[in-house]
Design a protein around this ligand. Structure first.
Ligand SMILES: [Zn+2]
Length: 544
């Protein structure tokens, strides 16, 4: 019998020794690869942090995810995120991972760095400091960031609203240049309020030329989203054209009832610019309401000196006639939320904690004026409410229309960005009254705008959440399911995926997102977080 041993070893050895070829195999799903091409059945094989095969894959893996009946897509890239600070508190990014997000793009008016001379309160001297800390703490998602115009502007001007001297402008350019070298993907701006609104178009063109040298892009919150939105989009295009850089307009919308239904005019502007070679694009979030505060209805001059000063002015009966006139008629250049919704109190939903939470302002006013005679002026009721609430009442404004948002969302150059942060439904990150976009943006696009309303085809919606955002940023190794690219993958149930978060009850994760893989490591499995933190700080040109 001993003579049998060598034969057993001969045959058994290879069987015993066969290492699984892959670390992770996602089997039998409908692959929507991010290109926009029709789905196809197939497998995705992963080794380490990279996709090594897509299609019919034979062989075994250390771990296999059964994706039968599910859609397998590239990980979602959130083109407009405010998770910078919350990721420092909880690197698990709960409300983003649960939406299928694998990469967050940070930065608007301000960014997490540079704050020369400051290393506290969530502010960093250099971008690399932020990347260092997030790597040390660990984050579940990848982060990419712009450098904020506010940071650049204040690096030379501090809190001054004066025009910069040429020396001060050189300082701004040097701050921007250094941040681009540090790994920023471009310059982002919020032009609707200071310090961003202090920058002229010419200033932005000059700063844009610094970004162009590094191959970066310009991402902007328009100077005006209401009655002057056409001029604001024209300005964004001009900056791209004159500085020679791509432009991405953040949450493109028409937020004034006077122009509702005119989205086709903005689209025509953008298409005309693209036709003449200007790479201008945009992103949207799938909601028609924006988060703000009742105090934003009070004219800007009345805010000077802060909330206490504002309350004093509201209490001053002598000032009320002027305040009322300006609120009802507006002030040129001021985005007035009251006129933007046509003075319709029912389009203002009190979302903040307190006795009026969940009520629209028309009902609040009705309750406050019941049995009061003569019936008081609604604006007096409004002033008294603001005074009683200490000058702040978080409010959601229904200031743009479904039709305009849908039309923008359909455009081939329009991608998805949540304008949200990484909250949680429990623990320290369950706080405030966040807009539902923080929890539901991506499941909502797939559930409402693909499955229910058929505004987008599945493949196109996935493209707008993945490869289109990667292409805008110049991220060459993410955004597609393709061999050789980084293994960021999201698996979801196209029949079940839906958002569950609402304006009055936001703390709900969406449903139907089954698995999320970041750099080859599962951060969500069977809809449950794994606690893994494989996310990285991304830099242009895949610089390590
Ligand atoms: Zn934003």
């Amino acid at each position: 019998m001993k003579w049998l041993i060598p034969f057993v070893l001969l045959f058994a050895a290879p069987l015993a020794a066969a290492e699984p070829e892959y670390d992770l195999l996602i089997r039998g799903g409908r692959i929507v690869d991010g290109t926009g091409n029709p789905w196809f059945h197939g497998d995705v094989a992963i080794r380490g942090d990279a996709i090594v095969a897509v299609g019919r894959v034979t062989g075994t893996a250390k771990k296999t995810i059964d994706a039968k009946g599910k859609v397998v897509a590239p990980g979602f890239i959130d083109m407009h995120s405010h998770s910078d600070l919350l990721l420092l508190e909880d690197g698990n990014a709960p409300s983003k991972v649960r939406q299928g997000v694998t990469t967050e793009v940070l930065g608007e008016g301000n960014s997490i760095a540079p704050y020369p001379g400051r290393m506290s309160g969530g502010r960093f001297e250099k971008l690399s400091d932020y990347f260092l800390v997030t790597r040390k703490n660990g984050i579940a998602v990848n982060v990419a960031t712009y450098v904020g115009l506010d940071n650049v502007w204040q690096s030379a001007m501090g809190q001054s609203h004066a025009r910069p001297t040429s020396a001060q402008f050189e300082t701004m350019k040097a701050t921007l240049d250094a941040a681009m070298r540090e790994g920023a993907f471009g310059l982002s701006s919020m032009l609707a309020m200071p310090p961003g609104s202090l920058a002229t178009t010419d200033d932005l063109v000059e700063l844009g030329k610094v970004v162009a040298k590094h191959g970066g892009i310009y991402s902007t919150h328009n100077r005006h989203e209401g009655t002057d939105v056409v001029a604001a989009v024209t300005e964004a295009i001009a900056i791209g054209e004159r500085a020679g850089i791509p432009v991405d307009i953040i949450h493109l919308k028409i937020a004034d009832q006077k122009l509702w239904g005119k989205m086709d005019r903005l689209i025509a502007l953008i298409d005309a610019a693209r036709a003449r070679g200007v790479n201008v694009q945009a992103n949207v979030y799938p909601y028609t309401r924006g988060n703000n505060n009742l105090a934003s209805i009070v004219p800007p001059w009345a805010h000077e000196g802060g909330t206490a000063k504002m309350l004093e002015r509201l209490k001053d009966q002598m000032l009320r006639p002027r305040l009322k006139k300006e609120i009802r008629e507006g002030i040129p250049g001021w985005y007035n939320h009251f006129t933007a919704v046509g003075g319709d109190w029912s389009r203002m939903l009190v979302s903040g904690k307190g006795s009026y939470e969940g009520l629209t302002m028309d009902r609040v006013i009705a309750a406050k004026t019941k049995d009061v005679s003569p019936t008081p002026d609604e604006l007096d009721v409004f002033f008294d409410l603001l005074i009683a609430e200490g000058g702040s009442v978080p409010t959601v404004y229904e200031h743009h229309t479904e039709a305009d948002m849908n039309l923008a969302m359909k455009q081939p150059w329009c991608s998805i960005g949540s304008d949200g942060s990484a909250y949680a439904i429990d623990g320290p990150l369950r706080r405030g009254n966040p807009h539902p976009r923080n929890f539901g943006t991506f499941p909502r696009v797939l559930g409402v705008y693909v499955r229910e309303k058929k505004v987008l085809a599945l493949e196109d919606a996935v493209r707008k959440m993945t490869s289109l955002n990667a292409a805008k940023l110049g991220l060459a190794d993410r955004g597609l399911l393709k061999a050789g690219l980084k293994a960021d993958v999201t698996v979801f149930d196209a029949e079940r995926v839906i958002d569950k978060s609402t304006y009055t009850d936001p703390f709900h994760y969406g449903e139907g997102i089954d698995a999320v893989i970041v750099n080859g490591e599962p951060v969500l499995l069977n809809g449950q977080p794994t606690g893994a933190r494989p996310g990285r700080g991304l830099k242009p040109g895949n610089k390590p």
